[in-house]
Design a protein. Structure first.
Length: 414
């Protein structure tokens, strides 16, 4: 159950999960509210912040709402349903089943095919992976699995050779609490370096895949690389974490595996910089009204008020990354917020935050003429007026041209 930060303090990455502040955990539990137990079943656990969600959070670091809800472990999909704005965000069950089956096939026989691809694409100068080790990473709880993964990585470096860690557990400290992350695999090379492996079910056609999907996989893998670097930093000497990850996908439309090396240095640096802008989660929580709670058993009006008490920064990109996007879009449009127009438009408009303010500035009714955004809006309004006036004159000329006069004259003759 990992809480993030939203703009403000530096990211303290690499802090041991045991150092998470109990006060923060208690505060988040109160915000999450009583679980909605299903009769005969144990109460649901807090929703963990995975690498996909963490990458989405880093892409929109100004959204306190997402930061707080993710940090408290609130199930945003269930919350969106309770608010009356259900989201279709997420993978279909068919896609999940197909992805799990493909991953199982790639990792069969001790990961022989997977290690062959790592050797071929990333480390052809190393000895072929004729033998390899697949350590058992079983432990109690995510914190225990994190420590077991760190120990297995250390032992693999000392032993040399090829080692495959299947679904290791990594921890990345975000806003004072750990986010537990589970990459598909991590490979330890004979030279002691580490590589993140990401297995996806979308196909590679003629050696290339959908750029948007590859970009999403690279951002997700960059989070794993950051977490893995913190594990390496606690070892002496620190092993190298490779900045190229291995993306494994089905070849064409078959069930055979193919792979490509993806450089994630850009995504890694962007993610680290964006995470560094996140404010500590307790700072957001302490600014909320007394008694704020996101319990799904609350009346709809009280739950809506609780959600609205946390500032949100909506952008159209949220539709593909956040379960609350439809709710936030409706509120942003209702308030006339320019964020609904996209981040690029929002950045160009400077301090003008609503559509009414933009229109007033463009028509000369408000705004500082020295403001570059206001000056640009007024210039655009003048150009639009000139264009409309010119178009009106052109239409008038065509309507009263020679053809129109002769037509009327002919009618008169008849």
């Amino acid at each position: 159950m990992p809480p993030p930060r939203t703009r403000g303090t530096a990211l303290r990455v690499g802090v041991s999960p045991a150092r998470a502040q109990p006060r923060v955990w208690g505060m988040l539990a109160e915000l999450r509210g009583p679980a909605f137990p299903v009769p005969g079943e144990p109460p649901p656990q807090p929703k963990a912040l995975d690498a996909r969600a963490l990458a989405a959070l880093a892409a929109n670091p100004g959204c306190d709402r997402r930061a707080l809800l993710d940090g408290a472990g609130v199930d945003k999909a269930a919350l969106a349903d309770a608010l009356g704005a259900p989201s279709s965000f997420g993978q279909s069950q068919f896609a999940l089943t197909r992805g799990n089956a493909f991953e199982k096939r790639v990792k069969a026989d001790g990961g022989a095919e997977l290690l062959r691809l790592v050797h071929e694409k990333l480390d052809p100068a190393a000895p072929p992976p004729e033998t390899s080790s697949v350590p058992d990473l079983t432990a109690v709880g995510p914190a225990g699995r994190t420590e077991r993964t760190a120990l297995a990585l250390r032992e693999a470096v000392e032993a040399g050779g090829w080692t495959l860690l299947d679904h290791p557990m990594l921890a990345l400290d975000v806003a004072g609490s750990p986010a537990f992350l589970e990459p598909d695999a991590v490979v330890v090379h004979p030279d002691g370096s580490w590589t993140v492996v990401e297995i996806k079910s979308f196909p590679m056609l003629d050696g290339s895949a959908d750029p948007a999907k590859v970009g999403a996989a690279a951002r997700q893998s960059a989070v794993y690389v950051l977490a893995l670097e913190e594990v390496a930093a606690r070892q002496d000497p620190a092993p190298a974490v490779r900045h190229r990850i291995l993306l494994v996908c089905p070849k064409d439309f078959s069930n055979l595996a193919t792979a490509s090396a993806v450089d994630v240095r850009k995504q890694r640096s962007v993610t680290r910089r964006q995470l560094a802008r996140l404010t500590r989660i307790e700072e957001i929580a302490e600014a909320l009204p007394e008694g704020t709670c996101f319990g799904l058993d609350l009346p709809p009006e009280r739950l809506t008020a609780a959600v609205e008490s946390v500032p949100a920064t909506y952008a159209p990109e949220c539709l593909s990354t956040c379960e609350l996007a439809f709710h936030c879009r409706e509120r942003a449009r209702g308030a006339g917020a320019v964020t609904a127009l996209g981040r690029a438009a929002r950045a160009e408009l400077g301090g003008l935050s609503t559509v009414d303010e933009v229109l007033a500035a463009a028509h000369g009714e408000a705004g500082d003429p020295a403001d570059p955004a206001v000056a640009a809006l007024r210039r655009a309004a003048d150009l639009r007026a000139e264009a409309l006036a010119s178009a009106s004159v052109s239409v008038s000329v065509r309507a009263s041209g020679p053809g129109a006069r002769s037509g009327s004259g002919g009618a008169a003759c008849r």
